[in-house]
Design a protein around this ligand. Sequence first.
Ligand code: SF4
Ligand code: SF4
Length: 196
Amino acid sequence: MAADNPCLKEHGPFIASGCLQCAGIRESCCAESYVPLTMADLNAILDLGYTLEEAAEAGEYYEEYLEDAEPWWRAGMTEIDGRLFRLTTRKNERSQCAFLREGRGCVLGERRPRVCKIYPFWVDGQGEIVVEPGEEECCLIAGSAASVERGIRMIDESPASIVEHFMAIKRDCEENGERRRELLLRLLGKKEAITA
Ligand code: SF4
Ligand code: SF4
């Protein structure tokens, strides 16, 4: 697996303090999720020495799950041959995120994608930080009785950093469509000679 290549730079594995119990009880969110990448997220991983193909894949999304999606989130999708894709982290042969080390966390450390940094939180249309709808059953923090403020501390973030990461994700969806398309075409084997 590419992420096990000892020649590639790794950061100290990161696992949020509130997530430590997760690894011993159940598969963490890192094991199951589709992890969307902003261009800045991708570049931060490529700077560690990974190739585009080692770091990312063309994650397919389906219309039936996008009915309630806000327009800016929808703008982060790229339609190719009638199917919807976005850049997501590479999965390993067990369909886990390739950057996960069991019981240790994420080898990307501070370079992990923004959406990973803020999960299970999101910012709603009114600008309020909320637990992402539907995540209560998947995530111990989201499903606990902890307040949003305490939950944010459990993932070692702050309300300000949650909003900052969220806004960067939103801007990326709105602004980087052309570059995203180029990279997705390359990952799908439909175009060559594009510099990552
Ligand atoms: S990039 Fe890191 S934090 Fe994000 S899902 Fe993968 S292992 Fe988890
Ligand atoms: S964010 Fe939630 S699901 Fe992910 S490791 Fe932490 S407690 Fe578990």
